[in-house]
Design a protein. Structure first.
Length: 51
């Protein structure tokens, strides 16, 4: 699986570049998750088994 992902990386990067490049320069994304919820998740410590 990791090899297939590594092989696909150039296509994935190109797709993301195309998507981002098509966005208007003044684009402001909607915030679909409330900021306090985002902050709560980011404040949690990383568990070693997740690495």
């Amino acid at each position: 699986m990791l090899r297939r992902l590594a092989d696909a990386r150039p296509r994935i990067v190109a797709a993301v570049e195309t998507i981002v490049g098509a966005m208007p320069t003044d684009f402001i994304p909607r915030q679909s998750i409330p900021q306090p919820e985002v902050a709560a998740v980011l404040a949690r410590p990383i568990k070693e088994e997740a690495l």
